[in-house]
Design a protein around this ligand. Structure first.
Ligand SMILES: [Zn+2]
Length: 166
């Protein structure tokens, strides 16, 4: 007999990490230098209990998806495609980055991950990972989920959380 409480599950593991390089732009004319973080993701799913197995979602499946999402941006230079101050262009085997019209970096294309976000802040990374997770859950036919909460930590004690109600 189900109670009146609500359930949610969370996953954060040693392999839900991505070690990536990035820099962000600030308001005004300030742009960080290139540096890296050992990012860690934590995800929470809220929803109804599955009627026959009594869980919100399969942990094994969730870990598998999250590992895949983290691996796709692990050991990469994360570059935002939607930043009006940055021009990120693929030129042959390279990616060139200009900041406010001035050439700034040239990277090997294989080392870059070009992302559909305006700035590589942990907030935007959390939202992007949520969108990608949501698409995977939809394609798996997951049902009964009511919210996804994604936490991305870039340093000990320093993280952003994005939450979307489904
Ligand atoms: Zn940083």
């Amino acid at each position: 007999m189900p109670g009146r409480g609500e359930f949610r599950i969370s996953v954060t593991k040693d392999d839900l990490v991505f070690s990536s390089a990035h820099f962000i732009t600030f308001s005004g004319h300030r742009c960080e230098g290139l540096h890296g973080h050992n990012y860690r993701a934590r995800v929470t799913l809220e929803g109804a209990l599955h009627e026959t197995v009594w869980f919100v979602f399969d942990f094994v499946e969730l870990k598998k998806i999250m590992r895949r999402l983290c691996n796709s941006i692990d050991h990469k230079v994360l570059l935002p495609l939607g930043n009006p101050k940055l021009k990120v262009e693929e030129v042959g085997d390279t990616v060139t980055v200009a900041y406010e019209g001035a050439p700034r970096y040239v990277f090997p294309k294989a080392d870059c991950s070009l992302l559909p976000i305006p700035n590589t802040t942990v907030e935007m990374l959390a939202e992007m990972l949520t969108d990608r997770l949501r698409a995977e859950l939809t394609s798996l036919g997951a049902h009964g989920l009511t919210a996804i909460e994604m936490e991305v930590e870039e340093n000990f004690g320093q993280w952003a959380v994005y939450r979307v109600t489904l």
